[in-house]
Ligand binder design. Structure first.
Ligand SMILES: [Zn+2]
Length: 266
């Protein structure tokens, strides 16, 4: 949601605030533009997985009526619920840059209050990379990403330059940005979706070689304590860092989520 057009502050992404109602409409608009582009490019089925916070941000009645919505949380594959080998492509709409990125709207990795960084096999990854590895696990390439200019840059760095990126805003810090005009944002995402599906033949699923060594850096040492004490097979790299190795990426991803869930908020 942090990478949706118009959004620059956590008040806009949090239910119960005066601004949230408008922001969830903007979210539906960005997603619907991608759905429109996908069907125009020949897609026969589109599944949308709401992936922010409560995962109940898109009002189901606001979604393009041709698309299927997955709503609510928790879900076994979290932000990637619903994907399987029958899909030909994955779009990541409204994404944000990893924790510690300069000039990036609401930069964080999975949990802003818990996670300082996540590395897989030595490479620090943003959520887009961690999730693209789930798509890759099922043989599905990520072909489109939208968000601010910073996350679009990271998508190219992580996934390669073949991924189509659509920047709907350019950040001046963590909570301010210059937006593209509303009349253009939807057109840009729709055009990006068409372009991405036209290149499908060249798209490769994002994969890393097994086994997968995860490294999770927390903000404070108290957040590493519970995971180190309770879960088997966890190595304490230092006061604020845990690591573990998994032969199967999905198994590793589940352990990562457990370690984050066990940590007290800062
Ligand atoms: Zn996030």
């Amino acid at each position: 949601m942090e990478g949706i057009w118009g959004i620059v502050h956590a008040d806009q992404t949090s239910p119960g605030t005066p601004e949230y109602g408008a922001a969830r409409k903007w979210m539906a608009a960005d997603v619907n533009a991608a759905v429109t582009g996908a069907f125009a490019a020949g897609a026969t089925e589109v599944v949308v997985n709401d992936s922010h916070g409560s995962m109940r941000n898109i009002d189901p009645a606001d979604l393009d009526s041709r698309a299927t919505l997955i709503t609510g949380t928790p879900k076994p594959l979290s932000m990637m619920q619903g994907i399987d080998p029958s899909f030909q492509a994955c779009f990541l709409i409204g994404y944000h840059a990893k924790a510690g990125t300069k000039d990036a709207i609401l930069d964080h990795t999975i949990s802003g209050s818990v996670v300082r960084f996540v590395k897989v096999n030595g490479t620090e990854l943003p959520e887009l990379g961690l999730n693209a590895l789930i798509a890759g696990y099922y043989g599905v390439p990520v072909v489109l990403l939208s968000g601010d200019t910073a996350v679009c840059r990271q998508a190219g760095e992580v996934l390669g330059q073949e991924v189509v990126t659509v920047a709907v805003k350019e950040a001046y810090g963590r909570t301010a940005a210059k937006l593209v005009p509303l009349s253009q944002a939807g057109q840009m995402i729709e055009a990006g979706a068409k372009e991405a599906l036209s290149r499908l033949g060249r798209a490769k699923p994002f994969k890393m070689a097994a086994p997968y060594t995860f490294e999770l850096g927390y903000h404070v040492s108290a957040q590493a304590d519970m995971g180190a004490m309770l879960l088997p097979g966890i190595k304490r790299v230092d006061a604020r860092t845990l690591s573990f190795t998994a032969d199967d990426y999905i198994e590793g991803f589940r352990t990562l989520r457990a370690l984050i869930s066990l940590a007290p908020a800062r």
